[in-house]
Design a protein around this ligand. Sequence first.
Ligand SMILES: *Cc1c(COP(=O)(O)O)cnc(C)c1O
Length: 248
Amino acid sequence: HCGNHHYSKKCRDYLIKKYGFLEVFLTTSCTTALEMGVLLCNIKPGDEVILPSYTFSSTANAFVLRGGIPVFCEINKATMNIDPQKIEALITDKTKLIMPIDYAGIPCDINKIKKIADKYKIPILQDSAQSFHSFHDTNEVCGAVPSLATYSFHETKNINCGEGGALIINDPALIERAHFLQEKGTDRSLVLKGLKNKYSWVDIGSSFLLSDILAAMLFDQIKNAEKTNKLRSIVTKAYYELFSPYSE
Ligand SMILES: *Cc1c(COP(=O)(O)O)cnc(C)c1O
């Protein structure tokens, strides 16, 4: 099956109910989820995007593909995430987006970042590729705070379906267009909802949909995220205890 069928809907409904997101789009990867997010933010050639100096290529490629210019912000060595205190000095009237990441399950300081972003009315697209089911100090899950966030379900991540991703949308104003972007720039979603007879080309876009076959695998993975994380913690602790006597 193609995207947005039975299992994709089950994943979407589960994620919304469990984590309190407004809307969820399953994508072919986190890379394409980031590209969708950048399209929603209307990044144009010459626009500046602030991102941490330490991240994966996809965070930058997503807007470099649209002509955006990377502005690297120093990281905090304790967390390896963007240092919120270094962001404000990098903001110019060309800054159109801030893209923090959550490194290896360690959440960035999203509430501090959001305060700065809100002051200058700049949107945030949080790359939470490595941090599904990680929580901020405030108990919000990574991805629940900014208007846009992404996850990766690539085989190298804790929760995976081989290749896959998700775009989380928490701003109602961005949802309708996201349907067009995900479905090759067409309003096919309106036909599926019974609001139109025939669909047509209404916007730019691409084929950003995760196959329902992979969504079936993903559904089992996300339901077991808590259990999987607990098991991983036990294994990590065992390795730590086994090897720490040799650290000298
Ligand atoms: C893994 C990763 C990605 C890319 O994820 P894919 O699903 O493989 O596209 C993007 N950003 C970060 C920070 C990652 O760790």
